[in-house]
Design a protein around this ligand. Structure first.
Ligand code: ADP
Length: 409
């Protein structure tokens, strides 16, 4: 059973080919600069050298065709024929209120995803291009869509509504949706499995801290709150995003600097966060290096980032009336021992007792970094959104009896 996982962006497309029988990645890669005559395909087969090709790729249909050609390439490929791919799973950023879990693609599902273009104008149109490109190249393969928002559809109205006139919600769907749901779900499930405890009985705070960053309060395996909102701008300070701020700043800044709506949007999404405060970088590794060298602005950027994250952890402990497990994941969460230590050493009142040695050692594996007596277990769990997409795709395709018999093709 082979599943191809696709994450289609407007000018790029990432892929991973999974062998579900032994849960391995056979190959991964990406196509960048789609729409240009110098598009780049980078293909990384497991146990073979990486391949890089520059060529004209003007649309997503051609991009998928090139990926499929690569997967069956006599030297660099891993399959004999394309029909060895049993199903395709797509990451879709926005599922709105229509999708509370992953679904098989049909015309109705595509219509619903298109209705959400307004809410995710940069992402959902690109996902549809990806789905239709697969339809063109592999007309008979079942496709599944896995939504970043779906896991958070269990939030109660008290958590997902904004205190603004209800007409905004009823007419325009203005509410909190949350994102990174696939990651929050994956690491909370892995945390319970790692601890050998039942997910139903745990209160978990999951911290997905990468370039984009969000927290989720997961109670009994269900998301009851998350820090991103109607868009991925709300919540934590991020690499280039502001996170929470007084909404009155928007009209004020527009008036003072004569900015358009597009310019304010760009300021808050692309020119804020770590980048704005440090004045040099949105990348946490560089912030930490500059801080170690005594750079004042980088130190302030780090402190603000850490402070806002710590406040949210406190808030989510309050949201669940307690916390049993704190999980760190994604680029910064998995790798920055400094951030984890800075956060945890000022959360002792919650019952967090970090083991500094465990926090410093180990990487790339699921591990405990709290002391044995700590009331809250603190874990590092590497996220794996692609694997979750492959797993959901496999489960759905199998349930519907769409798996091909296991014959040599
Ligand atoms: P994305 O949201 O783009 O998927 P990632 O999850 O890959 O982002 O996270 C990228 C972030 O992780 C960057 O800020 C990077 O500096 C940070 N990061 C990666 N390795 C380390 C490290 N060893 N120490 C601190 N930060 C790190």
């Amino acid at each position: 059973m082979r599943i191809l996982v696709i994450n289609a962006g407007s000018s790029s497309l990432k892929y991973q080919l999974f062998d579900m029988a032994n849960e391995t990645v056979l190959a991964k890669g990406k196509v960048e600069r789609i729409g240009m005559d110098t598009a780049i395909l980078t293909h990384e087969p497991d146990s073979k050298p990486e391949v890089r090709e520059v060529s004209e790729i003007l649309d997503h249909t051609t991009a998928i065709r090139r990926v499929l050609d690569m997967l069956v390439h006599p030297r660099d490929g891993l399959l004999r024929v394309i029909s060895e791919i049993d199903a395709v799973g797509h990451r879709v950023v926005h599922g709105g209120e229509a999708f509370k879990g992953s679904v098989l693609v049909d015309s109705e599902v595509k219509r619903e995803i298109k209705k959400l273009f307004d809410l995710a104008p940069l992402h959902n149109p690109a996902h549809i291009l990806g789905i239709e490109a697969v339809e063109t190249n592999m007309p008979h393969v079942p496709q599944v869509v896995v939504f970043d928002t779906a896991f958070h559809q269990t939030m109660p109205p008290a958590a997902y509504l904004y205190p603004v006139p209800m007409a905004f919600y009823r007419k325009h769907k203005v509410r909190r949706y949350g994102f990174h749901g696939t990651s929050h779900q994956y690491v909370s499930e892995r945390a319970a499995a790692f601890l050998g405890r039942s997910l139903e009985q745990l209160k978990i705070i999951t911290c997905h801290i990468g370039n984009g960053a969000s927290l989720s309060a997961v109670m009994g395996g269900k998301s009851v709150d998350t820090s991103m909102g109607m868009t991925p701008l709300e919540g934590l300070m991020m690499g280039t995003r502001s996170g929470d701020l007084d909404p009155a700043i928007v009209p004020y800044a527009m008036g003072k600097e004569d900015l358009t709506i597009g310019e304010v949007n760009s300021m808050l999404n692309r020119h804020s966060g770590l980048l704005a405060i440090s004045g040099t970088s949105s990348d946490m590794r560089e912030i930490e290096e500059a801080k170690a060298a005594g750079d004042k602005q980088a130190t302030l950027a780090f402190d603000m980032f850490e402070y806002r994250l710590r406040k949210y952890i406190g808030a989510y402990a309050a949201a669940m009336d307690g916390v049993d497990v704190l999980v760190f994941t994604a680029g910064i969460g998995e790798n920055s021992e400094l951030l984890r230590r800075s956060v945890c050493e000022r959360l002792t009142f919650l019952g967090i007792d970090l083991d500094e040695e465990l926090n410093r050692t180990g990487s790339g594996t699921e591990r405990t970094i709290s002391r044995p007596g700590s009331r809250v277990e603190v874990l590092v769990i590497p996220t794996n959104e692609e694997w979750m997409i492959a797993r959901d795709t496999y489960v759905l395709v199998k349930e519907r009896g769409l798996l091909k018999p296991n014959v040599v093709q």
